[in-house]
Design a protein around this ligand. Structure first.
Ligand code: NAP
Ligand code: MG
Length: 406
């Protein structure tokens, strides 16, 4: 038996709910614990524990992430009315992801995992496209109403001393209509920009940022200028060193270029653009079960997870004693992302190499035809398909991993 890989610094481990909680255990038992002397600081973000601690466990896990710098998270239930009944909750606890993101002031980056036997809808895409969405403000925090009758709409700003410093007519309505006031904050845009530049450096990929500054000469222009200023001051030299580039373009031009590109970039989007484009990208690449997600704070703290949820439907089949074919790949990649980053920060090449080997074992297994059912319908016609349940898939990955590490 080979010697287990040692870790210097613990990872923050955030356990979760339902089917992904089952996958979590299986992944650890089959693919991690036999090879790595896993050091984690464990937080149970499963809904029963959040209820028991009145959600303090979520706050504690975010603070631990700030302390150690790298976390891996299992999918968790965001309670709604039905969940409050199902779990007998005393309150409708907030989304853990929302709480953690707010505490880290972070940006979420979503990247598809690509295999050669599943081709994206856009044929020229060879490399994954990562979307970074600025998840603050704009229409998501806008004030709006229907204008019922003719009348004047104005935009007024009163400063902290009570002085009215701006008053501008938005529109002189001659008939009923609609009106909206949206805002954003320099501090939030700055945090977004830093997270994007840092992640681009970490991934060694080009960063694109798009907005509509030609039309929105103050609002979108502010985003553009803040990105530019921070890039010139803090990141330009580092980008040159890393051989990557930053470039700004109009959102419509970005859409056209992305479609024609071979992929491989990180595309930073304003809130609404990111909402829309991330769905387009994930659908075009194939499957939500093959999408990773990482939260990056402006000061370089990383929290890795799968982009999908707790796969409730499969969980109820599992509880009924059925074998399920739930795809564990995005959750495995959350672990490899976190272990790889931990290895990189600690200068621990053995750990980083292990993470790479595990990722390769997953991709090779799928490319050789062994995969979970969700992927079976997506593979290129004519290529081999052996659709298996989750444990058989994990066993196949383990076999390849053992060979690679031997
Ligand atoms: P979901 O868990 O992502 O699952 C939706 C459907 O997508 C599944 O029923 C399944 O389709 C397919 N799917 C997703 N992941 C898969 C995988 N790994 N392997 C195979 N198929 C997969 O979304 P949901 O059902 O809307 O949400 C369930 C719970 O997750 C909710 O309580 C929600 O709050 C939570 N959630 C958490 C996060 C997070 O923690 N980051 C994110 C989103 C949702 P089939 O049933 O057709 O096979
Ligand atoms: Mg969306």
């Amino acid at each position: 038996m080979m010697k287990k890989i040692q870790m210097t610094t613990p990872l923050v481990e955030m356990d979760g709910d339902e089917m992904t909680r089952i996958l979590w255990r299986m992944i650890k038992d089959e693919l991690l614990l036999p090879f790595v002397d896993l050091k984690t600081e464990y937080y149970d973000l499963g809904l029963p524990e959040r209820e028991k601690t009145r959600d303090q466990v979520t706050v504690d896990s975010a603070n631990a992430t700030k302390k150690y710098g790298v976390a891996v998270k299992c999918a968790t239930i965001t309670p709604n009315k039905q969940r409050v009944e199902e779990y007998g909750l005393s309150e409708m606890w907030k989304s853990p992801n929302g709480t953690i993101r707010a505490m880290l002031d972070g940006t979420v980056f979503r990247t598809p995992i690509i295999v050669q036997n599943i081709r994206p809808v856009v044929r020229n895409w060879q490399k994954p496209i990562t979307i970074a969405r600025h998840a603050y403000g704009d229409i998501y925090k806008a004030t709006e109403y229907r204008v019922p009758s003719p009348g004047k709409a104005e935009l007024v700003f009163t400063d902290a001393t009570g002085a009215e410093t701006f008053r501008q007519t938005v529109y002189d309505f001659e008939c009923p209509g609609v009106l909206q006031g949206s805002y954003n904050k320099d501090s939030s845009i700055r945090a977004f920009a830093h997270s994007c530049f840092r992640f681009a450096l970490s991934e060694k990929k080009d960063l694109w940022f798009s907005a509509k500054d030609t039309i929105s000469k103050q609002y979108d222009q502010t985003f553009k200028l803040i990105f530019e200023e921070i890039f010139e001051r803090d990141y330009k030299a580092l980008f040159e060193e890393a051989g990557i580039r930053y470039f700004y373009t109009l959102i419509d031009d970005a859409v056209a270029r992305v479609i024609r590109s071979e992929g491989g970039m990180i595309w930073a989007c304003k809130n609404y653009d990111g909402d829309v484009m991330s769905d387009m990208i994930s659908t075009a690449f194939g499957s939500l079960a093959m999408m990773t997600s990482v939260l990056v704070s402006p000061d370089g703290i990383y929290e890795y997870e799968a982009a999908h949820g707790t796969v409730t439907r499969h969980y109820y089949r599992h509880l009924a004693g059925e074998e399920t074919s739930t795809n564990p790949v995005a959750t495995i990649f959350a672990w490899t992302g976190a272990l790889g980053k931990r290895g990189e920060l600690d200068g621990d090449a053995a750990l980083t190499n292990f993470a790479k080997a595990l990722e390769k074992a997953c991709l090779d297994t799928i490319e050789a035809g062994t995969m979970t059912k969700d992927l079976a319908g997506l593979v290129t016609p004519g290529s081999p398909v052996n659709a298996v349940n989750t444990s058989a898939f994990l066993a196949a990955v383990r076999k390849r991993l053992e060979q690679a590490l031997a």
